[in-house]
Write a protein that binds this ligand. Structure first.
Ligand code: GAL
Length: 668
């Protein structure tokens, strides 16, 4: 069911969203009034309400109590705060498990997950679906015309804790999904290659979800289960959306995504929401996080395809769920908020407004902490609220990227399956390519394998493990028409059923790349050695070091840019360039280490004629342009001296403080 709503790329919020999850049901009534005063002081424009309120709204099955929520919405409205109203279906009350144990999720090893936490429902449970639909209908009926409500927040972080369920309802839904996909059991047998290990089926009802089994499970079954599970979670959203679209067609819908979340194919999900929202929890202690978080922002902007996207959740300070929960130093809260705005967000929201006093999240930061509001975090957040209030003209403005990276959930699922190549990380390899672009301040869009590539000067396809005919054609057409394509190792290995492309891999892309691959020679860490993972030297017009992977490459028409100097593929080809049609294609048969990746990306950018507007300014300095506004961000814990010419051109100070963001204007 594609999005049938009237909200296209034209819907925009009428003010920047600033606020966050507000759970006053955890607090006595008198606190609510204090909350209103403080929300105004902080410049809160939107509160997300009722996310975990099901047990309060329906204390017993079929018995509803909306009185407190009526009062809350009226209070927010009276204080000029809009409401992103949750459907409250994320955490079923305990009565559901007691009355309907079939609603509970089951793991691959047959363990039923119990109550006392949250999200204890199977996405495919018929009982859960029925009871959730009943609640959503009541919410729509009661609040659909409430003047405070500006959006529906469907469920919450779908799949966050239970991404895949292996119980009976899931098994039944999986069989129906397979039947709809394959039509006949013979088609399934062919696609799954069930002659292998005597796996042939004669009826759909012989098929189970990939529950714990003696050894490796059929890989095509596994990926079909990944596809099904993403669809099953999406269906939870779609069932709610159907009710809400019928009842309140004038209110836009969203559900909060979780960045680079493995189990949901957000390319499909993004079609269904009226605006994209994302939850983002970078670890302040992780030096890789500026780039990784930038990548998730770019993904969200790309998923939105012109629609609004917003940062729906972030922590004002520390989280409580890592082994070590680093605090955000002064400035970092604003810095990450501005990073999202720079990369296209029209809102900055938090989890949560008031830090809980008890419960599993009592040590997760809130805008108002345990110490109250006379705090650094409150002051910093309130200052940001007032700054954003003065930036309304940014709403709906666009970022323009010349480089795209192909991002494919299915390749991610497939390459990390068991019984493949150990130690291959889809995101690890993706970031190998993204990071140098980030460092060079080159903005990147994400594109799906069959997406429109025509507006990009350079397209990078890292580990595009699965390439069906249409994807091969899409990439080939792009190059033929003059595009510049860079492809990494372990791309084009399998078709959509996970069968190998015979004859040297790549399918049609063999001609585009001008090569074929005879043999893989991954760089395994020697058994019983304590030495770090091995690297191989690369030499040629591109030189440096590769890790993780080597292979035997035969060039047909490609020119060699580097060979492996040592390692299992010594003297063999490592990096190539091939002219095809009006364009060119690069191939990299290893995972370059950081300096090599930087050199390689610079070389490819130069050959593709892509010039970064700002270039590399300094370690930890990020620059992003959103139309005429240029955000200059310092992720370092020390001040940084910007080049005087750049500062002058943008009209900003030439010294940028630690964790600061300066916003300049580009006049052209
Ligand atoms: C999110 C979730 C919130 C809260 C937050 C804590 O995953 O949506 O409800 O638990 O994490 O970081």
């Amino acid at each position: 069911m594609a999005n049938s709503s009237k909200f296209g790329a034209t819907w925009r919020p009428d003010r920047i969203w600033f606020g966050g999850d507000y759970n006053p049901e955890q607090w006595p009534r008198e606190i609510w009034d204090e909350d209103m005063t403080l929300m105004q002081k902080a410049g809160v424009t939107v509160a997300t309400v009722a996310v975990f309120a099901w047990s309060k709204l329906e204390p017993r099955e079929g018995e509803f109590d909306f009185g407190w929520l009526d009062e809350l919405l009226d209070l927010l409205h009276a204080n000029g705060i809009s409401v992103d109203l949750a459907t409250a279906t994320a955490a079923p009350p305990a009565w559901m498990a007691k009355n309907h144990p079939d609603s509970l999720p089951v793991t691959a090893s047959g363990v039923t997950l119990s109550t006392g936490s949250r999200q204890q429902y199977s996405p495919s449970s018929k009982t859960y679906a029925r009871l959730a639909a009943c609640l959503v209908s009541k919410m729509a009926e009661r609040y659909g015309s409430h003047p405070a409500v500006i959006s529906w927040h469907l469920n919450n972080e779908l799949g966050c804790h239970v991404a895949q369920c292996y119980g009976e309802d899931s098994a039944e839904a999986f069989r129906l999904w397979l039947q709809a996909k394959y039509g006949t059991i013979e088609n399934l047998n062919r696609a799954w290659n069930t002659e292998f290990w005597s796996q042939r089926y004669t009826e759909f009802d012989q098929i189970n979800p990939p529950r714990q089994a003696p050894t490796f499970i059929n890989p095509t079954e596994l990926i079909d289960f990944d596809r099904f599970s993403s669809d099953a979670l999406l269906k939870v959203y779609q069932r709610e959306a159907e009710i809400l679209r019928a009842a309140t067609p004038e209110i836009p819908l969203t559900t909060n995504f979780m960045g680079l979340f493995k189990y949901a194919n957000y390319w499909q999900w993004a079609e269904e929401v009226d605006f994209v929202t994302d939850d983002s929890y970078p670890d302040p202690a992780d030096p890789q996080h500026p780039a990784q978080t930038a990548a998730t922002r770019d993904l969200m902007r790309s998923l939105a395809r012109g629609k609004t996207w917003m940062l729906m959740e972030q922590a004002p300070n520390a989280v409580n769920w890592r082994p070590q929960n680093a605090a955000k130093p002064a400035g970092m809260n604003r810095l990450y908020s501005m990073q999202s705005v720079a990369r296209g967000s029209d809102g900055v929201m938090y989890f949560q407004w008031r830090q809980s006093r008890a419960g599993a999240e009592k040590f997760h930061s809130g805008i108002i902490g345990h110490a109250g509001s006379e705090t650094r975090v409150f002051r910093e957040t309130a200052a940001l609220g007032s700054e954003l209030a003065g930036m309304q003209e940014i709403i709906g403005t666009r970022n323009h990227a010349k480089v795209a990276m192909v991002f494919d959930w299915e390749s991610w699922w497939a390459i990390e399956q068991p019984a493949g190549h150990t130690n291959l990380s889809y995101l690890g390899n993706f970031m190998t390519w993204y990071r140098p672009l980030f460092d060079q301040n080159v903005l990147v869009d994400f594109v799906p394998p069959q997406g429109d590539l025509s507006s990009y000067d350079l397209v990078i396809a890292p580990m595009l493990y699965i390439m069906d005919d249409r994807t091969q054609q899409n990439l080939a057409d792009y190059v033929a028409a003059g595009g510049n394509l860079a492809v990494s190792y372990q791309s084009g290995i399998l078709d959509e059923d996970l069968a190998v492309h015979l004859g040297g891999y790549f399918g049609k892309l063999r001609e585009v790349l001008g090569l074929w691959v005879e043999e893989f020679a991954p760089l395994a860490k020697p058994v019983r050695s304590t030495k770090p993972l091995p690297e191989v030297a690369l030499s040629g017009s591109v030189s440096g070091k590769g890790k993780v992977w080597t292979e035997t490459i035969h060039a047909t028409t490609a020119e060699t840019l580097a060979v492996f100097l040592d390692g299992p593929s010594a003297e063999g080809i490592a990096v190539t360039r091939n002219s095809f049609g009006k364009g060119q294609a690069f191939y990299v048969g290893t995972q370059p280490n950081k300096p090599t990746a930087t050199m390689l990306v610079n070389r490819i950018l130069a050959e593709a004629g892509v010039y970064s507007e700002f270039g590399f300014i300094g370690k930890g300095i990020e620059i992003v342009r959103r139309e005429d506004k240029v955000f200059v961000m310092n992720h370092n814990d020390q001040p940084f001296e910007l080049p005087a010419e750049l500062a002058g051109k943008l009209g900003i100070a030439s010294t940028i403080a630690a964790y600061d963001c300066l916003i300049g204007i580009h006049h052209d």
